[in-house]
Design a protein around this ligand. Structure first.
Ligand code: CP
Length: 303
């Protein structure tokens, strides 16, 4: 897998994904291993981030690598009119791998075609977020003991939420049943439903989930992606449509877990945080171990 990019979650086969999850388990037991000594990783964040950028940087530091890059495009020569093409060409010659977040769908694929080093998609607009998906798979396997045949509820902004797009694609490998809960305006896009149709998988669409919540193994809450709306009034109409509260969880399965890629705004009430079914902060921690495993895998480094 040397010099391979990760742009779409489908860039990994099922056995490669399992290999990454198994490697991440080893990193969880012993995170400090100097496997990236002498390597330079570029982190180019053209969009804001807390978890993805900092967990990548934490992963790189624990592996003994060095980091170059920016957390704000305003501090780069993009402000002088430099194109993404030229930026990637330059950064390819300064680094051994590029981690990039960008607001435009398809930008990561474009960057991977220009770069002479592997590119990791850290989120491209409303399209995909494959490294988030690997940490979500890790979190699901760790809490459920399996990835097979789970009933996965995805709630909120399924139109613009890139994490649910790549997670639905990935979980289809393990025959998940999906319940998509969203307002009409924020339904799962047709291209991802067609993907599930082609895999022969069942999905159900709802605008409310109070009657069916007892069936969930995983409830994956998402934030309404304010930054993707062109009309602020459209955002105002849907921003608080789902708020998960502790009282709603009383009839849920004992081992059900609540995930959220974070950041959260209002969609999970803070009274859920102390419920043992809340797993979103541990989920974010799993991002360090899984990103260590992704970096090593793409650079052809074995444990
Ligand atoms: N989950 C996630 O992508 O969070 P950040 O936007 O903080 O990186």
């Amino acid at each position: 897998m040397k010099n391979r990019s990760l742009v779409s979650i489908d860039d990994f086969s099922t056995s490669e994904m399992i290999g990454i999850l198994d490697m991440a388990e080893k990193f969880e037991k012993q995170p400090v291993r100097k496997l990236l000594e002498g390597r330079v990783i570029a982190t180019l964040f053209f969009e804001p981030s807390t978890r993805t950028r900092l967990s990548f940087e934490s992963a790189i530091n624990r592996l003994g690598g060095k980091i170059v890059g920016f957390s704000d495009a305003a501090s780069s020569s993009v402000t002088k009119g430099e194109t993404l093409h030229d930026t990637i060409k330059m950064v390819s010659s300064y680094s051994d791998l590029i981690v990039m977040r960008h607001p435009i769908e398809g930008s990561a694929r474009y960057a991977s075609e220009i770069a002479t080093v592997p590119v990791i998609n850290a989120g491209d607009g409303a399209n995909q977020h494959p490294t988030q998906t690997i940490l979500d798979l890790y979190s699901i396997r760790k809490t459920q003991g399996t990835l097979e045949n789970l009933n996965v509820f995805m709630v909120g902004d399924l139109k613009y939420g890139r994490t649910v797009h790549s997670l639905a694609m990935a979980m289809s490998r393990w025959k998940a049943t999906f319940n998509f809960i969203s307002p009409e305006e924020l339904k799962m896009p047709d291209e991802f439903k067609l993907y599930l149709d082609n895999m022969g998988l069942k999905y159900y669409e709802h605008s409310d989930f109070s009657e069916i919540i007892s069936k969930a193994d995983i409830i994956y809450m998402t934030r309404v992606q304010k930054e993707r709306f062109s009309d602020p009034m459209d955002y105002e109409k849907v921003k608080n449509v789902y708020v998960l509260k502790n009282a709603m969880l009383k009839d849920t399965k004992p081992n059900m877990k609540i995930l959220h890629p974070l950041p959260r705004v209002n969609e999970i009430h803070i009274d859920v945080d102390t419920n043992p079914k809340a797993y979103y902060f541990e989920q974010a921690l799993n991002g360090v171990f899984t990103r260590q495993a992704i970096l090593c895998t793409l650079l052809g480094i074995k444990l």
